[in-house]
Design a protein around this ligand. Structure first.
Ligand code: IPM
Ligand code: MG
Length: 361
């Protein structure tokens, strides 16, 4: 029997609840595909800090490196905010990203026909939206040095550094062009080249890389304009490639096209094990109430099947199961609609798992 090792890192807040549902769905996938998923859980984020004094214990990093894929929930919560930066839950996530060399974060934004009315935008604006945000994940102010807060001339001064080497820009540009090739062959690169030199370099290097992809139409846009265009006319976009920080912000914005941040999966790829996680955070305010939407995590697991485990048919079945459950009128609280049946986190997981088991191959 084929066997895969999956590191499962639930994290904080709603993380454990939503990851549990994805595990449920993966369990049914394994049964129907006749494979074995060895799922080993590890602590990350605030949960790891509380138990081990660090947001990313060495053995969890080792587990991730030794696995075929990592499935992560979410990290963070108000109780850890007073901690030093080096100990905060977010450092656990950033440590995994850099330790695994995950420089490319793919965030597909797909509007499901049955959720059209869940979006705060007009149906005509969001209908049929299918775009892919390719967010650079290992550079920018997230990792740039110098950084920190220090005292100078009697006052505090805070510093972060937005920095990119041309090699870093080229490798993410390549990922984006390749993806565009497999889609509608349109790539938009987002920068702030009118103000920031680092993104002027970004624009130059993306343009240079584009010479190897004459079949892909390349456009450039300033990030402020892109933020506006995403709401005005999102249908103009296919693949969007951008920096770590701009990608963080634009992907949260784009998620609302789908109706909820709870619908947006993500895949992070690099040189080693890839990692799959919902694009949303740990939502501590709703943790433990069985109302979180597990679909972003379940859809992330589908991306894992497709991109890391070589199981594209099973990935499609999971995605189809999600669409089926939505079509049947089941909703979690965040995508509540008149006339729909609102179910809890666990019930939504059960429904998707059942459909995965029942759908024909
Ligand atoms: C995301 C999150 C993270 C980020 C946080 C939790 C560090 O917002 O994955 O988008 O900023 O990258
Ligand atoms: Mg974010």
């Amino acid at each position: 029997m084929r066997q895969y090792r999956i590191a499962v890192l639930p994290g904080d807040g709603i993380g454990p609840e939503i990851v549990k549902e994805a595990r449920k769905v993966l369990g049914v996938v394994a049964e129907r595909a006749g494979v074995r998923f060895v799922m080993e859980e590890g602590l990350v984020g605030g949960a790891a800090y509380d138990r081990c004094g660090t947001p990313l214990p060495d053995e969890v990093m080792e587990l991730a490196l030794a696995s075929d894929a990592v499935l992560l929930g979410a990290v963070g919560g108000p109780q850890w905010e007073p901690l030093d930066y080096s100990l905060r839950p977010e450092r656990g996530l950033l440590g995994l990203r850099s330790g695994l060399g995950l420089f490319a974060n793919l965030r597909p934004v797909v509007v499901f026909e049955d959720l059209i009315d869940a979006s705060p935008l007009k149906p005509d604006v969001v209908r049929g939206i299918d775009l892919m945000i390719v967010r650079e994940l290992m550079g920018d102010a997230y990792f740039g040095k110098p950084r920190g807060v220090r005292v100078e001339n009697g006052q505090r001064i805070g510093i972060n550094t937005m920095v990119y080497t041309e090699a870093e820009i080229r490798r993410i540009a390549k990922v984006a062009f390749e993806l565009a090739r497999g889609r509608r062959r349109k790539l938009l690169s987002v920068d702030k080249a009118n103000v920031l030199e680092v993104t002027e370099l970004w624009r130059d290097v993306v343009t240079e890389t584009g010479r190897n992809y004459p079949d892909v139409e390349l456009r450039h846009m300033y990030v402020d304009n892109c933020a506006m265009q995403l709401i005005r006319n999102p249908g103009q976009f296919d693949v969007i490639v951008t920096t770590n920080m701009f990608g963080d912000i634009l992907s949260d914005e784009a998620s609302m096209l789908t109706g909820s941040l709870g619908m947006l999966p993500s895949a992070s790829q690099g040189e080693k094990t890839a990692m799959y996680e919902p694009s949303h955070g740990s939502a501590p305010d709703i943790a433990g109430k069985n109302i979180a939407n597990p679909l972003a995590t379940i859809l992330s697991a589908a991306m894992m099947l497709r991109h890391s485990l070589g199981m594209p048919e099973e990935a499609a079945i999971v995605e189809k199961a999600v669409r089926t459950v939505l079509k049947e009128g089941f909703r979690t609280e965040d995508i509540r609609q008149a006339g729909a049946v609102v179910v809890g986190t666990a019930e939504m997981g059960d429904l998707v798992a059942e459909r995965v088991g029942a759908l024909p191959a």
